[in-house]
Design a protein around this ligand. Structure first.
Ligand SMILES: O=P(O)(O)OP(=O)(O)OP(=O)(O)OC[C@H]1O[C@@H](n2cnc3c(O)ncnc32)[C@H](O)[C@@H]1O
Ligand SMILES: [Mg+2]
Length: 206
């Protein structure tokens, strides 16, 4: 991954903030796709992997640059794994609005009456790195982060479902963690660690 030329295939401001912190120590300043005129790709896949590949390939195609994409979401056991790959579209698919606030409200409504012990959930993050749009050997890594869905939002940090994502061993939500701690523990932070190791191993082979 070179310091100057990497397009980040995401339009999510929360993800972009986390990626810029995760990559800063390496001297990499990824360019958000929006700044390069790349529109959001249509996420037609049925898995995080497929959607991350679609997003990375689209950004690489439009810009001609290496691309990094993240497809992520929350899997809630009491909902049979939903919203999963549809996490960003959870409220919209139920005609309950759009955006983080509406998604959180829709998740709370879907879990109404479900007791604390049964509200187990995990975040998933799949990262795809493509050297170019036709790269036949994408680097694909994934990580998860276990928690529980709280019954009311708590905390001001993070983004998305973080105000509802309770971490029993920390006694707070992901939105109450400081940014550095979230990056160290999170699905995204640990997937990024794996990606960097894979890239280092690859450059050792070259
Ligand atoms: O596709 P891009 O442009 O990257 O942006 P997006 O927000 O649509 O991203 P996804 O399609 O990957 O959907 C991810 C969903 O899961 C949520 N999510 C993912 N990681 C999260 C995290 O670390 N904290 C809170 N919510 C998260 C996020 O809010 C979205 O609703
Ligand atoms: Mg998306």
């Amino acid at each position: 991954m070179s310091a100057s030329s990497l397009v980040l295939a995401s339009g999510n401001a929360g993800k972009l903030r986390e990626f810029s912190h995760l990559l800063a120590p390496l001297g990499i300043e990824p360019m958000p796709q929006g700044q390069l005129g790349v529109s959001d790709a249509e996420e037609t896949g049925l898995t995080f992997v497929e959607n991350a590949l679609i997003k990375a390939r689209h950004a690489a195609e439009v810009t001609g640059l290496p691309a990094l994409a993240d497809d992520s979401g929350i899997e809630v056991d009491a909902l049979g794994g939903e919203p999963g790959i549809y996490s960003a579209r959870f409220a919209a698919r139920r005609q309950q609005g759009s955006g983080d606030g509406d998604n959180n409200a829709a998740l709370l409504a879907a879990l109404e009456g479900v007791p604390e012990q049964a509200r187990t959930a995990r975040y998933w993050c799949v990262l795809v790195y493509l050297r170019h749009a036709a790269d036949p050997v994408p680097i694909i890594v994934q990580a998860s982060w276990e928690g529980r869905v709280l019954d009311a939002p708590q905390g001001e940090g993070g983004f998305g479902y973080d105000p509802l994502f309770w971490l029993p061993e920390h006694g707070m939500t992901a939105a109450a963690l400081d940014a550095e701690t979230k990056n160290r523990l999170s699905h995204r932070g640990r997937a990024m660690q794996q990606l960097l190791e894979a890239l280092a191993a690859q450059s050792g082979q070259a």
